[in-house]
Design a protein around this ligand. Structure first.
Ligand SMILES: Nc1ncnc2c1ncn2[C@@H]1O[C@H](COP(=O)(O)OP(=O)(O)OP(=O)(O)O)[C@@H](O)[C@H]1O
Ligand SMILES: [Mg+2]
Length: 227
């Protein structure tokens, strides 16, 4: 509504106050409808009220492209890692397998090593000990906390980026501008932002471009670092 509504108190007070506002508005909208049906004099179009719609963000990721091959996915064997290449390890004793149908959340405080772990899984960092194994056909889509993937290409528009050679070399993006527009639309990027240089987009809009870029090609495994 392009209006700033102030609420008093903490979050609980806000929730209560907001719920009351929504209910009152619903009553008003209902009355407006009843008046219209009863043939009463209508309000001036500028004074008509609409239902309050909550801002909801929904992303639909494609279901994983499971090949039926149980061995598909990523395996981590006895991995140890530190940025200095020696002890003390930041991460050690890592042994696990992630298959296409698995969903894993990695939780921990700042600096615990979550992004580092994801970089190891994506083979963007080399373990000091042990190994990370990707099954032959596995394709990855990675969303990084700091938009690393976009940073070198911010002069490009989202459509140029999604169809760029650079992106397609990494198995992301698409060759078709039509598909790029469709994909960006699916992730809620307004069409006027599709052809603007990405450096002019907001943080949230850049995040939508990242999601579109990694899902265009339907990867088998998505790695999402603080999406
Ligand atoms: N490129 C780097 N070189 C050296 N040390 C690094 C580098 N990146 C991260 N670190 C260090 O490794 C540790 C783990 O960092 P990491 O980014 O993996 O943490 P995180 O769990 O993702 O934290 P956050 O919740 O803040 O994202 C931190 O102590 C950090 O200072
Ligand atoms: Mg991190």
């Amino acid at each position: 509504e392009s209006k700033l509504i102030p609420y008093r108190g903490g979050y609980t007070e806000f929730k209560r106050g907001h719920a009351i506002r929504v209910r009152e508005r619903e009553k008003e909208v209902k009355k407006q409808l009843e008046d219209k049906k009863a043939g009463k004099k209508q309000r001036h179009p500028e004074d008509l009220v609409e239902k309050i719609r909550d801002y909801v963000v929904k992303f639909r990721f494609y279901p994983p492209q499971v090949s039926g091959d149980d061995a598909g996915g990523i395996s981590v064997h006895d991995v140890a890692f530190s940025y200095t290449g020696k002890k003390p390890w930041l991460l050690h004793g890592l042994n696990f397998h992630v298959g296409a149908e698995t969903r894993v959340a990695v939780v921990g405080p700042n600096g615990a090593g979550k992004s580092t772990l994801l970089a190891l899984i994506a083979k963007l960092a080399e373990p000091c000990e042990g190994e990370v194994h990707h099954s032959r056909r596995v394709s990855l889509g990675r969303y990084s906390q700091h938009f690393d993937e976009i940073a070198p290409y911010v002069q490009m528009s989202a459509v140029q980026f999604l169809t760029s050679q650079e992106l397609r070399r990494f198995g992301a993006g698409t060759e078709s501008p039509e598909l790029a527009h469709k994909c960006l639309g699916q992730f809620g990027l307004p069409s006027h932002a599709h052809t603007r240089p990405m450096k002019e987009l907001s943080g949230g809009q850049k995040a939508r471009v990242c999601f579109a870029s990694i899902t265009c090609r339907k990867p088998e495994i998505l790695i999402l670092d603080e999406p």
